[in-house]
Design a protein around this ligand. Structure first.
Ligand code: LHQ
Length: 265
């Protein structure tokens, strides 16, 4: 895996890949290069079976501040035709990649997560917030709609009423409140944040990776399917899970009253 990215730091340790968005001087807002690099590395870690958990985070005091807006003022002033929906297709590629990779992805949010950066965090499987986290669906502040999957993820995570409030008022939601409303899984004190995320990532990396991939597929597909389809999918996925070495190991470990040693196969 290449590590010479311009705007990402990529570290690999014991089955965990940590991807750090690294433009701290602009709060890790997305430019084209960082977006392309993130898509590339996400696709790569998704394919790499030795990678069993992925952490996405931001350098410095932010997770991310959304699209880099610095070029937008000039573009609007010059009347340059910006085909935003074309540009968004790249973000959509990233969203699909995060959701579909058959291993857990943790968004580790320290500081602000605004605009499309906030919604990329929502596309991840788990979200851990530091107690200085600030989630902002900033779009209405600049006359836009939530993008990057925000219109899909937000009501599914926090319910329609709260999602509408966050999108219309575009106010900050802090880490504790984010935990209370279900926007994040856990809010932890900043001083404990790195250790907490590392422990969680290691735990997931030592888990039954195939089963985690099937769990993602089952739960995500359930959001858009009826009971019958979900039960059919459950059967098909359980057939696959049942055939894994990790399932056999899990049962053996239970019967022998010892901890399971999962290999991810
Ligand atoms: C930034 C940015 C930024 C450039 C902070 N860009 N420099 C839209 C259109 C098309 C396609 C794709 O998708 C999208 C979706 C979007 O994401 S739209 C939403 C874009 N994001 C925003 O509207 C948020 C803009 N930023 C802010 O409102 C604030 O910076 C927040 C609330 C995030 C943080 O506030 P503070 O903690 O007070 O930090 P700051 O404002 O002082 O920012 C620090 C620096 O970062 C500052 O630069 P400077 O040179 O003054 O130190 C900012 O200009 C820069 N920065 N966000 N998105």
């Amino acid at each position: 895996m290449r590590t010479d990215y311009k705007h990402l730091l990529v570290e690999r340790a014991e089955g965990v890949v940590t991807i750090t968005m690294n433009r701290p001087e602009v709060l890790n807002s997305f430019n084209d290069i960082m977006l392309d690099e993130l898509i590339e590395v996400a696709q790569e870690v998704g394919r790499d079976e030795a990678v069993r958990c992925v952490v996405l985070t931001g350098a410095g005091r932010a997770f991310g501040a959304g699209q880099d807006l610095s070029g937008f003022g000039a573009a609007h002033a010059n009347g340059e035709p910006l085909k935003v929906s074309e540009h968004l297709k790249k973000y959509h590629q990233l969203v699909y990649t995060l959701r579909e990779m058959p291993k857990p992805v943790i968004a580790a949010v320290r500081g602000v997560a605004a605009g499309i950066s906030c919604n990329i965090a929502l596309a991840c499987d788990l979200r851990i917030a530091a107690d200085n986290a600030r989630f902002i669906e900033a779009f209405a502040r600049i006359g836009l709609v939530p993008d990057g999957g925000g219109g899909y993820f937000l009501p599914r995570l926090v319910g329609l009423g709260k999602a509408m409030e966050m999108a219309l008022l575009a106010e900050e939601v802090n880490g504790k409140e984010a935990e209370r409303i279900g926007l994040v899984n856990k809010c932890v004190p900043l001083e404990d944040f790195d250790a907490f995320v590392a422990t969680l990532a290691q735990r997931l990396a030592q888990g039954p990776t195939r089963s985690y991939g099937y769990i993602k597929e089952l739960l995500y597909k359930s959001l858009d399917s009826d009971l019958q389809s979900s039960l059919e999918l459950e059967g098909a996925l359980q057939d696959k899970a049942f055939a894994t070495a990790d399932h056999k190991e899990g049962v053996s470990a239970f019967l022998q009253k010892r901890s399971a040693k999962f290999t991810g196969i």
